[in-house]
Design a protein around this ligand. Structure first.
Ligand code: NAD
Length: 405
């Protein structure tokens, strides 16, 4: 069957199965070139042996699982919530997971994936079983030494109350309006009214740190966390002009709560006398399913990519996570978790190149200059579009779209 992309408002509602698998395999090949495949980073912390990645099937979570498995040779347990192909094709994460598992098996790596709603108690219980099983197969203790929490979801059912909370991407205090760029290079205008208190609270419920803490509690209760486990959750800050809709908006409030959760997790671990440590890591803006729907992001990212490519600083998901592992989490001198390089707020920074003054100045210049007549020269909207298509399995090199199913 020939599959064509179905896109509405920067959301692609289908995917190409073979294309998704080829794209994921491309990341695996990339990771092998970017990461050390040794038992120990030189002078750094011991590399993970058993990694848990919640939100493992795309974007930063998939890259993290690939880095742990193919870069560090860890057994991995992944959690994501996918539609499996029955009457209709599955979700893109289903095919990414399938490609990952197939390649892991070929490389002699243990990989188990739990398909469940990560916010539920049931997912946490199933994952505990999967961790024990993965450890048994790998012949190692059932102790997770790397825990990556990389969920991006619009909704969450609170397991205690059964209430479904829906996040809203809105400004706080005043309305937001700004230019937007569609993937075909046409400009538009987006307006967002300020969020209500209920919308702010709901976004914190969905994208804040509560569920990350619940995962830690569940793993701890089951005795599945290594005493020196390293845990990560991802955030974004971005340039000041995006703050009304991002950092100072509902999503920013949720990310503040993620940092609160990080401090709470670290306080608990310190009180219990072990050296486990959690970090929030600030990543670069990239094209993923989650980011393409945030107003301003497509225009900003198209200009940012152009600026970073011109300066030879561009990175994709896999390069970002490989650098996170190599130069931060398991860097030389990081055997003591207190030596992992962080900013004044204790966050790991992988947005350092994005936020460089010269990169931001060039990006701003491009954002101001871009118009319909020059958009393909001044911005990298084409790169944005291609990344977006490839994340859904379309336009991936080597895939025969006329015949493949
Ligand atoms: P993504 O949409 O590519 O990945 C999200 C993952 O969560 C997928 O594996 C998805 O299947 C999974 N998921 C969603 N709901 C789930 C549920 N209920 N149960 C189980 N799995 C579920 O998103 P991403 O952009 O990689 O975002 C991951 C994290 O990185 C987020 O915290 C995001 O804020 C952060 N981040 C993203 C960017 C960016 O530009 N994309 C930048 C910095 C930080």
């Amino acid at each position: 069957m020939i599959v064509k992309p179905m896109i509405r408002n920067n959301i692609c509602i289908n995917c190409h199965p073979e294309g998704c698998m080829a794209y994921a395999r491309g990341w695996i090949a990339q990771a092998k070139g970017l990461m050390p495949e040794s038992g120990r980073a030189p002078g750094g912390a011991e590399l993970p042996k058993l990694a848990l990645v919640v939100g493992c099937s795309s974007g930063y979570g998939l890259a993290s699982r690939i880095a742990a498995a193919f870069g560090c040779r860890a057994a991995t347990v992944g959690v994501s919530f996918e539609k499996t192909p029955e009457k209709k094709a599955g979700t893109l994460g289903y095919y990414n997971n399938l490609a990952f598992e197939t390649e892991a098996e070929k490389s002699g790596l243990v990989a188990l994936t739990v398909n469940a709603d990560a916010f539920s108690d049931e997912a946490k219980a199933k994952t505990a079983e999967a961790i024990r099983e993965a450890a048994r197969r790998a012949g190692i203790p059932a102790k997770v030494d790397l825990f990556v929490y990389s969920l991006a979801s619009p909704v969450r059912v609170d397991p205690k109350t059964g209430v479904m909370h829906k996040s809203a991407i809105k400004p706080i205090g005043g309305a937001f309006s700004g230019r937007t760029l569609a993937m075909d290079g046409s400009f538009g205008h987006a307006e967002a009214q300020p969020a209500s208190e209920d919308e702010i609270a709901a976004t914190i419920k969905v994208m804040g740190g509560e569920d990350w803490e619940l995962w830690h509690e569940a793993l701890d209760r089951e005795g599945l966390l290594a005493p020196d486990a390293r845990a990560l959750a991802y955030t974004y800050i971005g340039p000041e002009h995006s703050w009304p809709i991002y950092k100072n908006g509902t999503i920013g409030r949720a990310k503040e709560d993620l940092e609160r959760a990080c401090r709470a997790i670290n306080a608990k671990s310190a009180a219990s006398g072990n050296s486990a440590r959690a970090w929030v890591s600030v990543q670069k803006a990239l094209v993923t399913r989650a980011s393409a729907v945030i107003p301003v992001i497509p225009l900003y990212v198209s200009c940012l990519f152009k600026a970073m490519k011109e300066k030879g600083l561009h990175e994709g998901c896999m390069e970002q996570i490989a650098r996170l592992f190599r130069e931060r989490l398991y860097a030389e001198g990081s055997a003591d978790p207190a030596s992992v390089p962080v900013d004044e707020a204790g966050r790991i920074r992988l947005d350092d190149w994005e936020m460089r003054e010269d990169v931001q100045a060039l990006t701003r210049e491009k954002m101001e200059a871009a118009c319909e007549g020059n958009v393909f020269e001044v911005t990298d909207v084409e790169g944005f579009r291609r990344d977006f298509m490839q994340a859904h399995g379309f336009e991936v090199e080597g895939v025969d779209y006329e015949n493949a199913d």
